[in-house]
Ligand binder design. Structure first.
Ligand code: ADP
Ligand code: MG
Length: 629
């Protein structure tokens, strides 16, 4: 329907002359940035143009399988490059899917993702080098051509038989034009005269070396003159021992536009209830771009060496989407539609096998290559962990692969539940954890004091995702998991109760006064067994929500009311002893009420939940004025 409308409009414009369009402001900025900041590796424009041609050829090849009415049905798919050393001209031509007017406007006139410009600007402002080789990652690879040319012409004709030829031209600054041409063949031809600084790219020898460096794995012949430059090779089809480490790295870079080598890979050849070959990679770092860029990325699906679907999401569960690579299967017919492929049983089986193989690799790393595993975990852990709540089949395996900071380890060192349990003393029955935003802040959390004093390990959950997943794990190896923010945490109550009767009475009276003053604010006030140096702390009642979780809920919903907390009072603390004496002397003393409120709010402040800092500060000033009289 959509297509028809587009064509109808095009038909009525047949006699129209050249139309001029102005780039949006952000597009202009982006172009400026590309031309003036991406001074390293200008040769990547060759790669980007070839990569686009290859994408277009893949689309044409796929369409040919299902539609014989396609324009130039049986021409061999290929990319032809020609350059003239004397005229400094450069042309790259493909007989791929081509572009319609709408594509020229939306794909070659706007930035695909709104985050791109922001991101590049920030990177540049923070002194980060915007390396030319990175550009393809941002979905703006085409524009790298303006590193080499001032004026670019794109002549294109879409594969639909009734399409018309179009010419797009731009100086990469303010505007571009579109006009009709009489292009007879399907595909796209991009031509320009090289800037003086880029004359080297009209040298055939130089071009050949760039193509073998960056584009060797393109699935279609790349021709310069009649010479075939690239070695078309489906690596994943070869036996493992015939694939070198270099080829793997090159292939990975080609596939992902990453400029670094991958962290690791796995190559699979599966025969059985489902048959497929796969070559998968774990990237070294999470992509340096807003996550929005990533959402559509996944493995490419091939059927007998023909790519039938780019970024096929159904091949992997969401939590393993950091993986890159290709899967090639004969179990799906070539001309299967996207919808059918998605719901096919073969797809589900492939996904299941891939998942378990990937988890196996991670387990291997965890066991024998801990540094590699940590690199993986630090980069992709937040996504990976979510598998706990979505992949019940592999839940145990994922739980074993979790890592946390620990109160007994240096900042940055990660431990597993297994490590933790192996260090537990016999009398300890629970696995303790504390959640928070920053390790340094957590280290001085009053609720941690008891554990530190008694040398009991506490897992420190610093990743916001942890608050979602850890409470969903009730126990590990029979040990219950417990947040130390909770009131019923099993701290020993064997606190020496040497206090004599009168002072016991004073303490009880004081606690009663606390309850009185804070009646509508807390669930209860109790004597603490966990505090050492701190005077008071807030803990969560038995049924209450974890403090961090509550904070998150409040962020999502302004009206969210957290549950009331239990205030624990360190009755061994000299200040509390003083207060008990004051209370004994005169429980009506107004200062007592003031102090109690101040103590309560100080606990709120530590927790990050004090909403009335001004009142708190005013009270503090009053107390200090009083004390310095
Ligand atoms: P990306 O390739 O990441 O989408 P580019 O800036 O390289 O970003 O290309 C933008 C878009 O322009 C492509 O997605 C494609 O739709 C279109 N395009 C570019 N070159 C060609 C080509 N040779 N044939 C058909 N379409 C093309
Ligand atoms: Mg591209």
């Amino acid at each position: 329907m959509n297509e028809q409308t587009t064509q109808a409009t095009l038909a009525s414009q047949t006699t129209q002359a050249t139309q001029t369009f102005e780039y949006k402001a952000e597009m202009k900025q982006l172009l400026h940035l590309i031309v003036h900041s991406l001074y390293t590796h200008p040769e990547v424009f060759v790669r980007e143009l070839i990569s686009n041609a290859s994408d277009a050829l893949n689309k044409a090849r796929y369409r040919q399988l299902t539609d014989t009415a396609i324009l130039d049905y049986d021409t061999p798919l290929q990319i032809t490059i020609s350059a003239d050393r004397d005229q400094h001209t450069f042309t790259i031509e493909d007989n791929g899917i081509g572009m319609e007017r709408e594509d020229l406007l939306s794909k070659l006139g706007t930035i695909a993702s709104s985050g791109t410009l922001e991101f590049l600007k920030n990177l540049q402002a923070s002194g980060g080098k915007v390396d030319g080789t990175m550009i393809g990652q941002f979905g703006v690879g085409f524009y790298s051509v303006f590193m080499a040319a001032d004026n670019v012409t794109v002549e294109t004709r879409h594969a639909s038989p009734d399409s018309i030829g179009l010419r797009w031209q731009s100086d990469g600054k303010g505007t571009f034009t579109i006009e009709e041409t009489d292009k007879a063949t399907r595909g796209t031809k991009i031509s320009f005269t090289l800037k003086e600084s880029a004359w080297e790219f009209s040298d055939e020898y130089r071009l050949k070396s760039i193509i073998t460096k960056y584009s060797n794995f393109v699935d279609f012949p790349i021709l310069i003159g009649s010479e075939h430059i690239n070695s078309v090779k489906a690596l994943w089809q070869l036996p493992k021992d015939q694939v070198s480490a270099e080829e793997l790295t090159e292939f990975y870079k080609f596939l992902t536009n990453d400029y670094q080598a991958p962290l690791g890979h796995l190559q699979l050849s599966i025969e059985g209830s489902v048959n497929f070959k796969a070559l998968l990679f774990v990237p070294e770092t999470a992509p340096m771009r807003p996550t929005a860029f990533e959402q559509d990325k996944s493995l490419h699906l091939y059927s007998n060496k023909v790519m039938i679907q780019e970024n096929c999401k159904e091949l992997l569960p969401e939590y393993l989407r950091f993986m890159r690579g290709v899967v090639d299967t004969d179990d799906l017919p070539l001309n299967v539609s996207r919808e059918v492929a998605q719901s096919s049983p073969a797809m589900a089986k492939i996904s299941k096998v891939l998942t378990s193989k990937i988890l196996n690799v991670l387990q291997e790393w965890e066991q024998s290559e801990p540094v590699k595993y940590e690199t993986f975990y630090k980069n992709f852990g937040s996504l990976f962990k979510l598998g706990i709540n979505s992949d019940y089949m592999n839940r145990e395996a994922i739980i074993n692969l979790l890592r946390f900071e620990s109160s007994l380890q240096q900042k940055g060192t990660l431990v597993s539940f297994k490590d933790y349990v192996s260090r537990m003393r016999d009398e300890q029955t629970e696995i303790y954890y504390l959640s928070g935003e920053h390790r340094d802040v957590m280290a001085v959390n009053p609720n941690l004091e008891y554990f530190q004093k008694n040398n009991i390990e506490v897992l420190l959950l610093t990743d916001p995702v942890d608050i979602i997943i850890v409470p969903s794990i009730p126990s590990f190896e029979g040990k219950m998991l417990k947040s130390i923010d909770k009131a019923d945490v099993n701290v020993s109550s064997a606190k020496s109760d040497t206090s004599d009767e009168p002072s016991r009475q004073a303490t009880d009276d004081l606690l009663k006064l606390f309850k009185d003053v804070l009646a509508d604010k807390v669930e209860d006030v109790v004597e603490s067994h966990r505090l050492v140096d701190a005077v008071v702390t807030l803990v969560v009642g038995k049924e209450g929500m974890d403090v961090q979780m509550e904070k998150m809920m409040k962020m999502l919903d302004k009206d969210f009311k957290g549950s009331r907390k239990v205030l624990e009072v360190n009755t061994e603390h000299p200040m509390i002893k003083n207060l008990s004496q004051m209370c004994l002397a005169n429980s009506e003393d107004v200062r007592l009420r003031q102090y109690i409120l101040q103590l309560y709010e100080s606990a709120l402040l530590i927790e990050g939940n004090l909403t009335t800092p001004t009142l708190f500060i005013r009270r503090m000033w009053e107390i200090m004025s009083d004390a310095t009289k």
